[in-house]
Design a protein around this ligand. Structure first.
Ligand SMILES: Nc1ncnc2c1ncn2[C@@H]1O[C@H](COP(=O)(O)OP(=O)(O)OP(=O)(O)O)[C@@H](O)[C@H]1O
Ligand SMILES: [Mg+2]
Length: 368
């Protein structure tokens, strides 16, 4: 990933000192030749991806391979494993013949009978160990609740056998799939109240009525996504007003209303660009912009969506806030708000935040 270490505030790990210390220790272990495994577990929007990003930023001296579970690829055997392995496939030839053959057939690189799952597991272990011989290897698997079963099985097989290969395997999952049950976990809870208040102060530059602050802090239960989204739709007058939050609306109702209002305020083309980004599971900028061009959307559509905080453009293009998290909080509001037909992204499909796999540093520009 990019050079240098990002400041913790940029990485959204406020109040996560203990969690970051766990990750630091695992990374230190990998540098010293010890392997490690951790499943970062917690509800939607609680900050799992933020912690994975912290680990990646802290691992600029390691190789990094990433994969993300994509709900729509759940039925595709080995889809996630393929994402993870693409950048290290050149090490295949160093594996013993049967293992090499097993992975080559698994990834469609050669023909042959479907290999035994055990052999695939062994081959994966061998491949990761080979890659880590040069430099410690950090493997990051986000949204692991949506891994295809074959990938989850192979990764769990490896996770249970890693010893001294300098491989650190990090998963993030809302709830671990059956395959990952029993692996070491870091359960991510809500932020402490003091950190939640701090977070609110940082996202609301103006005055915030004390009663509103307390109500938001209480309702969000330390969930960073909820903390940020809950106050977004309120005007400065409402925020400072002392009348309390619009009482009749539920937490979900308010987040939904705020999100809808922000999307509604965008020009048509910016909304369609969001839709294209939401429909592209890997966030690959090249694909998003190709789709946009086909739809007649120009680069001018980006500005409004970006400044409204609805589209993040970095090495990848992603709808913000993460559509998966929003969908979970709202039961599919993101889909409706972006004007998507069911099945075309958004909602609880975990796509907005999906990232393409690959070894850092990221490839190509995210801009048109
Ligand atoms: N400690 C924190 N301080 C400030 N902001 C945070 C913190 N943790 C997370 N956030 C912000 O909250 C939002 C949700 O966080 P994140 O995407 O990491 O959640 P998640 O647990 O991965 O959710 P999902 O299960 O939907 O993938 C993001 O916008 C993130 O930047
Ligand atoms: Mg996430």
């Amino acid at each position: 990933m990019g050079g240098g270490r990002a400041a913790p505030s940029e990485l959204n790990v406020r109040g996560r000192e203990a969690e970051c210390a766990v990750l630091d220790a695992l990374l230190e272990g990998a540098r010293a030749g010890r392997s490690g495994v951790l499943v970062v577990r917690g509800e939607a929007g609680i900050g799992k991806t933020a912690l994975l990003e912290y680990a990646i930023e802290s691992a600029s001296d390691l190789q990094v391979a990433r994969a993300v579970g994509v709900e729509s690829e759940r039925e595709l055997a080995f889809a996630a494993l393929h994402q993870l392995c693409v950048p290290i496939l050149d090490r295949l030839e160093r594996l013993p013949g049967p293992q090499r053959d097993a992975l080559q057939v698994t990834f469609g690189l050669s023909e042959g009978p479907v290999p035994d799952r055990f052999l695939v597991g062994l081959a994966l272990l061998g491949l990761l160990a080979e890659a880590a011989q040069e430099r410690a290897l950090l493997c990051v698997v986000d949204d692991a609740q949506w891994l295809d079963a074959a990938s989850a099985q192979a990764l769990a097989f490896v996770a249970r056998r890693l010893l001294a290969e300098s491989v650190l395997l990090l998963f993030a999952a809302r709830q671990p799939s059956d395959e990952l049950v029993g692996l070491p976990e870091l359960v991510v809870e809500g932020l402490r109240e003091s950190d939640a208040r701090e977070l609110l102060r940082s996202v609301i530059p103006g005055r915030l009525d004390e009663r509103i602050r307390e109500q938001v802090v209480a309702e969000a239960r330390g969930n960073p996504l909820a903390l940020v989204e809950l106050t977004r739709g309120l005007s400065p007058a409402q925020l400072a007003g002392g009348f309390g939050l619009p009482g009749a609306l539920s937490l979900e109702g308010r987040i939904q209303r705020s999100f809808l209002a922000r999307v509604d305020a965008l020009p048509e083309d910016s909304r369609r660009l969001m839709l294209a980004a939401a429909a592209e599971p890997t966030g690959d900028p090249g694909l998003v912009w190709r789709a946009a061009r086909r739809l007649g959307i120009t680069a001018a559509a980006l500005g409004p969506a970006e400044s409204a905080g609805l589209l993040e453009v970095g090495a990848r293009v992603a709808v913000s806030p993460p559509a998966g998290a929003l969908g979970r909080l709202l039961g599919g509001v993101a889909r409706g708000a972006a004007g998507c037909a069911p099945g075309v992204g958004g909602g609880d499909r975990g796509r907005g935040r999906s990232r393409s796999a690959g070894v850092a540093p990221g490839r190509g520009s995210a801009r048109p």
